[in-house]
Every structure is written in structure tokens, then in C-alpha cells.
Write a protein that binds this ligand. Sequence first.
Ligand SMILES: [Zn+2]
Length: 427
Amino acid sequence: MTLFARNDKLEFAPAEEVRAVQGQLLKQHVEYCMGHSRFYQERLAGIDLETVSLKELPLTAKMEVSIRNSEFVAVGPENVADIVFSSGTTGWPTKILYSQGDLERLAYNEERAFKTCGLGASDIVLLTCTMDRCFIAGLAYYLGVQAVGAASIRNGHGTMEGHGEVIKHADPTTIVGVPSFLRKLGVYLRERGMDLRETSIDKLVCIGEPLRDAQMQPLSIATDLEEMWGAKVFSTYASTETVTTFCECSAQAGGHLHPALGLVEIFGADGKEVPDGEPGEVVVTPLGIEGMPLIRYKTGDISFIRREPCACGRTSPRLGPILGRKKQLLKVRGTSLYPQAVFAALDEMPEVSEYYLKVYAEDTLSDRLAVHLSLRPGPVDVDVVLRRLQARLRVKPEVIVEPEADIRRVVFTPESRKPVRFIDLRK
Ligand SMILES: [Zn+2]
């Protein structure tokens, strides 16, 4: 028997029905945590299960899961099915365990997410994320494709040429991947004569990088991808700890959370909940987890919630794009921004080929930003780049132009799973 609830219709149900079902699921979740997790046994002492509500429960920090790791484990070794590591806050990766039931929940979670962006049994899905290296994402997408009844092509971190061959010979309808990689792949294949708009691909499910800005307007990466591939882009977001996905629907207006699988809240810098639409830290309570259940887990990611009715008919809350990481907030002479805003501005300048951002502590109130970038061949005035950055960001960074090979050496390191574009020297 698994703990999670399969309830396909709940995402379309009226608010009162959702509240009643979620109240029951939360009560079961809290009861399970109190009975199986040493961390929560201690943390939840004195909570009355009969009257329990989300708002009275304590928050859980990433650091606690990292430092008191074994106290979160709620199953015996005979019930552990998969072990992964998530990048930790202490420099050490955090170990996360899943039970067999958690993997079934993961499949259901990803099935709901894929169905939200319109996948069905006749789709063929090219997965460009790795299944191994102790990551959960690749496995989650694979299980989700299987649960939908679609076909998977597990090409992982294959070469661009290899992906091109797969596209030519296996006719995928959908690609799951990181947006900047999908753009690079598109450019590569187009330069080699492939007409991407004529391929079978009509959906790009995008992970790891945002597609929209704080006003929900598409970033240039989103419009580039749609134009280049002749496909629709859908943003999807989850984390190793919460294994609960937010996925965009056909309205492309924020990621829906399946209401039987989790609860979401947004907290401001003052530790208080913010009104809908205002950005703050994403806090998730995943429901029905057995291995390492969590309550009000602070993800460290910054976004906002939208609750107005969606064009797709779902009543579930939608999460906006990830605007940045809480600890990466930059403060420059009274203006606050996240590195992602700098990246989005640079992505919109076709003359910039590669870049990274370095930040130094100037004084206690202000940071100093240095943008290291390389330029494509051709006549480019670096002052123009600087002025455009300044206009977009409302702060003036230093701009340092370097050869592309030097920038790439910093950005693409074998130690990191993602490109390193942010170097924080403030501590
Ligand atoms: Zn929708």
C-alpha cells in the first residue's frame, strides 16, 4: 500500500472540495511524520492531529535536512528503493532516500505534469537529461513518460550529433531538456541543414532554467525556442527533496501543482507569507512521501503564486518562473536583483556569446557586480552592451570582455552538472 493519493480530478475541483481533501491528506501526512521521522517526532510535539492546520506547523530548512539527515529517514533499510544526492548548502551533497511507494508517487506526479502540458500515449519523448549520476530528474521523467503510456528515448547527455540522428530516425514529438541546451542543439542542427520546423517535434518540456520573467512575459530563450523548433515550450519545476512538480499547461501561464501531491506557500524576507503574486521563497509540503517526508520545506527558490482561474480549467495554484535563489540576492546601492535578471538581459543580446557574473562585497550595504563576457565576431561597441545592461537592470555592473575560450573554461567545469554562471565572492 502506498501513502499518496491518486486523484486525477482534484486539479479541476472547486476550492471547497480541494480544501477538504487536502485537509485530510495533510492530517495523514503529519500523523505519518510524527510516527516515523525522528526529526518531526521532536519538532511536532504538542501538535493536535484532530485540529492540525498547515499554518501552525514548523518550517523545515534545507540545512536541517543536510545536517540532521538520518533523523528524517522514515523507513527501514528494507524499504529503501533508491538513493540520490542533492547539492547541499554545507558544501556536502544531501542524501535523499526514496521508498518503492515514493517511486510510484514520482511516476504519478510526473504523469500528471506531462498530461498538464498535453502529452498522451501516442507521444514519443526524447529525454536529454541523464538517468544516472545519482540524479532523480532523469528517472522521474522516464517514469512519467511510462505512466502516461508514451514512448521514451533515453538519449541522456548524448552528443548533439547523436540527438540529431535520434530526431531523424525515431520521430520524437517532444524533447525534455534544459532550455539553453535545446537552443544550442537547435542552432547546431540547423547549421547542419536540418529544418527543425519540419521535424515531428511539437513540444519542448523545459527544466532547470526559467522561460518567463516576473511579469510572465516570455524571455528571449522561450521565443527563440518556439520559433526555431516550431514547437510550444512548457516550463516544469521540482526539487530532489520535494519531488512534487509544477508544470505549465497549454495556457503557458505558470506551473500547476497537483493538489493531491503537495501544498505551496510563499514567504517574504521577513519570514511572513506574502500575498498572491508577490515574490518570495517557495515553501512546499509534499504529500504522501514515505522515505524522507517533509513539512513546509523551504526550497530557497524565489517565485510567486497565481490563483486566479486558468484558461485550461484547472483550479490548482500556479507557480511563476524561478526568479532566483534566495541566498543569491544581489544588492547594489539600494536596488535588489537576482543573477537570473542579469542572465536574461545578456541572453537578449545576440552579440554576447558567453558570460558569467562575479559578485564581490563592496561594503555591508552594497555588492559590486562584474560581468565577464565574450563577444561574437563583428563590429560591437562594448559601451552599447554596458548601456543596455544598465537600462535593463537599473544598476551599473562592470563589463569585462574576454576571449570566449577563457569564459567557457569558467562556465563549463567537469565538476558541475550545470553551467557555472554565478561566482559569489561576498563571504
Ligand atoms: Zn492551466
